[in-house]
Design a protein around this ligand. Structure first.
Ligand SMILES: [Zn+2]
Length: 297
């Protein structure tokens, strides 16, 4: 029982029968089922309401599935010493940080069975991209980091521990900037390409680091980065031999400047990204020197 969402009142007259999935208001005498509720609250036709519900229930189910998957992979990490060794080799030794980031491991071959035992359908697994049409797991021998939005996984990033192509995201939206709930309140932020770069910087104490997961920003990520006037963005992309990271950094810095955001490009020693820089022994003060030596455009 509560206040009716369809008319103003001072005493609750809106009843929901959760058992029968029906509502009724004794004030305005509106009532019906879930579809009727969506028709009234969203001002949609019957058909539009059906589509609306289908979409919302679908999105919620996929998000729940991704959360379950991330939790499963987190447990798997502790069952696979080779994955822990890979993380150590890349400089990650802080279990609390690994836990906070939800770092897991996908050995491959055991996800589908686990999720179907939990009652998830093959179709849903396929739709989220967690398995392919042959039913094989999308992630195999990859360290997994969930991309979360408001605490829920919207995608999973898999970093190959072997010879496979290093980066893999599920074929779905990558969401907004990583951890923007906390980083977005700050006036100085560091933007990196990869989630392992981000983990390395967080571990070194640079908690104002975010990532667009790649050098390309989606429109949503772009508007987040520009949402505070006077913000300063340090772009710390890869300094790879083919210059792709630095070229992308210069383009982005130029765009940011035109949008009124201060941008500075961080130059790491040639061949390094933030993760490899720290893994090779750099300290927080070394990185601070890199930040101080940035060129503004
Ligand atoms: Zn009412």
């Amino acid at each position: 029982m509560g206040f009716c969402p369809f008319h103003a009142e001072t005493r609750p007259s809106f009843y929901v029968n959760a058992h029968k999935n029906l509502f009724y208001c004794h004030g305005c005498e509106r009532g019906g089922d879930l579809i009727r509720f969506v028709e009234l609250s969203e001002h949609l036709s019957f058909r539009e309401s059906l589509a609306y519900l289908q979409q919302h229930i679908g999105v919620a189910a996929e998000s729940e599935l991704l959360d379950q998957t991330a939790a499963f992979y987190q447990l798997e990490l502790h069952r696979h010493p080779e994955a822990v060794a890979y993380l150590h080799q890349r400089g990650f030794r802080d279990p609390a940080l690994m836990e906070e980031l939800g770092v897991g491991y996908a050995p491959g071959g055991n996800l589908r069975g686990h999720l179907m035992d939990l009652g998830y359908s093959f179709d849903l697994l396929l739709r989220t991209g967690l398995i392919n049409h042959q039913g094989r797991d999308a992630f195999c021998r990859r360290v997994i980091l969930p991309c979360r939005q408001q605490g829920r996984a919207v995608n999973l990033y898999g970093r190959s521990t072997g010879a496979a192509f290093p980066h893999r995201l599920l074929p779905r939206s990558k969401g907004g900037l990583f951890a923007w709930e906390s980083v977005g309140t700050l006036s100085t932020v560091i933007l990196v390409e990869g989630l392992l770069d981000l983990a390395a910087l967080w571990q070194a104490g640079f908690r104002n680091t975010t990532s667009a997961i790649g050098t390309h920003l989606t429109p949503e990520q772009w508007s987040q980065l520009c949402d505070q006037p006077g913000r300063c963005v340090y772009i710390a992309f890869d300094c790879d031999p083919n210059q792709a990271g630095q070229r992308a950094a210069r383009l982005l810095a130029g765009r940011l400047k035109s949008a009124g955001v201060r941008a500075r490009i961080v130059a790491l020693p040639p061949g390094h990204d933030p993760n490899s820089y720290f893994a090779a022994g750099a300290t927080a003060s070394d990185f601070r020197v890199c930040l101080q030596q940035t060129q503004s455009l």
